[in-house]
Design a binder for this molecule. Structure first.
Ligand code: G3H
Ligand code: 13P
Ligand code: ZN
Length: 311
């Protein structure tokens, strides 16, 4: 099976009441760790690349590694641009073999977001590529841009039908209280998501796939390992898994996870080097990092996404 776009994945996920994991990829070990978990559990997956990951690892390397994953596993895999910041970046990714792109105009005035997103959709659809748009702004750090919590804003359900109709997007990222990074809530603050907004959006867009960014649960087992070996993550708080499961059973068809992968990889590497201070073969510590990535992704598929045996 060649790389796929997200159309059928999302239809199956919506109808089946589960979500597809969209995992950020920056290097070979992260990608192999994710794909190994999906292979073991027979799960479809979205491998997503941010603009800065593309700068770091370079487009041809990422593209060919994902092709290798498709060849090796035969799983339905989509290669997706995460937080596309311009038409030109989306176009480069589409021309270079990505099967899905996000155009993130969420920081723009509404009409400009509509115009930019519509332009990307026109280019993408003519080439069989699916497009994710965004309405509402999450707090946190993404692609080196930091959005203060008080500047973030929830998605306005009154805008979603107009946005989707006028742009033609295939899925929509909404802001309901998730945020990017490992520090999603202040210490002592009770994690909460605005399920009322999600349900309003569902009423306006029946059957339409919704995307949750900033959806790492910041798994305590990896936070504690990172802390044990000198990290400063004591105040890290993520989205509770039961909330993510509920979202996946509703219209949320794509759940984005990056911070949990970063934590797991770092935990594996820090532990390895602390326990084996004489090791200097990168395969030894990166191998442990990769194993931790596989553990996290298996955990997500089984406890959050519900996508096992849906390939
Ligand atoms: O939402 C952003 C992702 O976590 C990607 O982060 O731009 O540092 O690769 P990055
Ligand atoms: P986290 O920081 O919660 O992993 O979110 C990642 C994300 O939304 C990537 O687009
Ligand atoms: Zn994001």
């Amino acid at each position: 099976m060649p790389l796929v776009n997200t159309k059928e994945m999302f239809k199956n996920a919506y109808d089946g009441g589960y979500a597809i994991g969209a995992f950020n990829v920056n290097n070979m070990e992260i990608m192999q760790g994710i794909v190994e978990a999906c292979k073991e559990l027979n799960s479809p997956v979205i491998l997503q690349v941010s603009g800065s990951a593309r700068k770091y690892a370079h487009h041809p390397y990422l593209y060919h590694m994902v092709q290798a994953a498709v060849e090796e596993t035969g799983l339905p895999i989509a290669l997706h641009l995460d937080h596309g910041s311009s038409f030109e970046l989306c176009k480069d990714c589409i021309d270079g073999g990505f099967t899905s792109v996000m155009i993130d105009g969420s920081h723009l005035p509404y009409e400009e977001n509509v115009e930019l997103t519509r332009k990307v959709v026109e280019y993408a659809h003519a080439r069989g590529v699916t497009v994710e748009g965004e309405l509402g702004q999450l707090a946190g750090v993404e692609d080196e841009v930091s959005v203060e919590a008080d500047k973030a804003n929830y998605t306005d359900p009154d805008q979603v039908l107009d946005f989707v109709t006028r742009t033609g997007v295939d899925s929509l990222a909404i802001a309901i209280g998730t945020s990017h990074g490992a520090f999603k809530f202040k210490p002592g603050q009770k994690p909460q998501l605005r399920f009322d907004i999600l349900r309003e959006v569902m009423n306006r867009l029946p059957g339409f796939p919704i995307v949750l960014h900033g959806a790492s649960s910041v798994m305590p087992e990896y936070v504690s390992v990172v802390n044990q070996y000198g990290g400063e993550m004591a105040d890290a708080i993520g989205i509770p898994e039961d909330m993510l499961r509920e979202a996946a059973s509703l219209a949320v068809c794509k759940i984005n996870v990056d911070s949990d992968l970063r934590l797991a990889m770092t935990a594996g590497i820090r532990r390895h080097l602390a326990e084996n201070p004489k090791h200097f073969d990168p395969r030894q510590y990166l191998g442990d990092g990769r194993t931790c990535i596989t553990e996290v992704v298996k955990h997500k598929i089984q406890n959050v996404l519900g996508s096992a045996d849906r390939a």
